[in-house]
Design a protein around this ligand. Structure first.
Ligand code: SF4
Ligand code: SF4
Length: 482
């Protein structure tokens, strides 16, 4: 008796100019197929044995067709009749849940060097996103303004211990603020003390999110020496949304800093926000400006304020971003962001098993450490976990568990969504603020994520994204595995 296979209920198809893109909405594995293969999946709508399909198919090359079916089964596109497909994810979730209290998920530290900032950006989330008592107190507390060098050392050593106990070989440290360079001396201390982690016995990589106004020759040199990825917040050359506290526009300062960073051959990316405040000025000039300053990557963060998605139609937001994305691609500047990570993960399989999260690192992988040592899920979240001085207590806290288990399931409402396995949903901070709950979805933002993902799938350069390309003509097949 031959076992029977059927098409997965999670199989999704997107028509393209050169055929059809297929992927599994939980496990990814995007590939491009032609009409004949699509027809094969039609056949498998009802359970069939491979043997029968091969027998009835007038394929010229049955062996190859059989090998295709093997590949599709391996990708999860074809499954055994009656197989409960979500069980893989459930097993994984169960395992992750068991190891959470040991810190097995933790791989990213957001080190909040200071809560002070020399800018007053119109849309800064710090002004309006926070809700929990712990967060509000941390923001207001005088003693939580600046991290001391000795504290930074102790905090990082605690996380390194944790990472090593869990067999991790790498840790990523992101310097964050406020404006982290206001506390440059402590950043410098961390770089000199921990370096790339040789003494600690694991690889430490660094990045900094900065408004780009305080870069000096020394900072540029250090960033190069310690391979710090410098992420400069910048929305548009003509934008006036990022103002210094003295009221001046920041663009000039940023340009000066970029020259210094370029002089020392630093790796620089922009972080731009597409929001109600920047919608009119966000455009292709950003790409041209980036190129002039040797910046080849622009992360685009979509507005954290849910009202943006009521004010603008999803299609208009997508069109706006898409125009800049295409211009960037033409000029060799990559636009990225959470929306793009969804697509990238669709191409590969089960990425969060390796990385530990889908798009939002605040779901258990990241500890955002304040100057006081209090730990939150992210600077953009009010989710409080405890103190880094007591890691065991922190990791056993209800809040840590709640946030960490959201890594794989945003909300029951995501069941059946075409990007269920890859999308982390809306940023946690605004969900906490609007709903007091992180296991909900913000419907208007879903439409934007789904539309963007579709466009990326339709447009994906098969060379660039290294997908499978398969062509079968009346069963005669020709399979390129890139
Ligand atoms: S948050 Fe929205 S877009 Fe994302 S998986 Fe859930 S339903 Fe889909
Ligand atoms: S909470 Fe928001 S800002 Fe923080 S990692 Fe998640 S999506 Fe990004």
């Amino acid at each position: 008796m031959h076992r029977k296979l059927q098409a997965s209920k999670y199989l999704r198809m997107v028509p393209r100019h050169d055929g059809y893109a297929l992927y599994h909405s939980l496990y990814g594995g995007l590939c491009v197929v032609d009409e004949n293969i699509l027809h094969l999946f039609d056949v498998f709508r009802t359970p069939q044995s491979v043997h029968d399909v091969l027998d009835t198919n007038n394929a010229h090359d049955k062996e190859r067709l059989a090998s295709f079916m093997e590949v599709f089964e391996e990708k999860g596109f074809l499954v055994e009749q009656g197989f409960r497909e979500s069980s893989r994810l459930e097993h994984h979730l169960e395992k992750v849940g068991k190891d959470l209290h040991r810190g097995a998920q933790v791989g990213v530290v957001q080190l909040v060097l200071t809560n002070l900032c020399n800018f007053r950006c119109e849309y800064c989330f710090v002004e309006n996103i926070y809700v929990s008592d712990e967060r509000i107190e941390a923001q207001a507390s005088e003693s939580n303004r600046i991290m001391r060098a000795e504290d930074a050392r102790v905090y990082l050593e605690k996380v390194i211990d944790l990472a090593k106990k869990n067999g991790r070989t790498a840790l990523s440290v992101q310097f964050f603020g406020g404006e982290p360079l206001i506390n440059w001396e402590v950043m410098k201390f961390v770089l000199e003390y921990f370096g790339s982690g040789e003494r600690q016995g694991l690889d430490i990589s660094y990045s900094i999110v900065t408004n780009g106004s305080l870069i000096t020759e020394e900072i540029a040199e250090y960033c190069k020496k310690y391979k710090v990825s410098v992420i400069v917040s910048f929305d548009a050359p003509s934008g006036k949304q990022r103002r210094c506290t003295n009221g001046k526009n920041s663009a000039e300062l940023v340009e000066r800093s970029l020259s210094l960073l370029n002089k020392h051959y630093n790796r620089v990316a922009f972080n731009a926000v597409l929001s109600s405040e920047t919608f009119e000025v966000f455009g292709v000039e950003l790409v041209d400006f980036a190129l002039r300053h040797y910046v080849f990557e622009i992360g685009v963060l979509l507005d954290l304020n849910p009202e943006f998605y009521e004010r603008y139609a999803a299609e208009d937001i997508v069109d706006k971003l898409w125009e800049v994305y295409l211009h960037g691609r033409q000029k060799g500047v990559q636009l990225t962001g959470y929306w793009h990570m969804i697509f990238q993960q669709l191409v590969h399989r089960d990425p969060y098993r390796v990385r530990g999260f889908k798009t939002c690192s605040a779901t258990g992988c990241q500890l955002s450490i304040e100057p006081s040592g209090e730990v939150f899920a992210c600077k953009g979240s009010s989710g409080h976990f405890g103190s880094i001085l007591h890691p065991d207590k922190l990791l056993s806290s209800r809040n840590y568990r709640k946030y960490a288990l959201r890594t794989f399931r945003n909300s029951p409402e995501c069941a059946g969504c075409e990007i269920e396995g890859f999308c982390s949903g809306f940023c946690l901070g605004p969900l906490e603020k609007k709903y007091g709950d992180i296991s909900v979805i913000e419907k208007n933002t879903c439409a934007v994520y789904r539309k963007l993902t579709r466009r990326l799938i339709e447009d994906a350069d098969t060379e660039e994204v290294a997908v499978f390309r398969m062509q079968v003509l009346e069963g005669v097949s020709n399979h390129v595995d890139e």
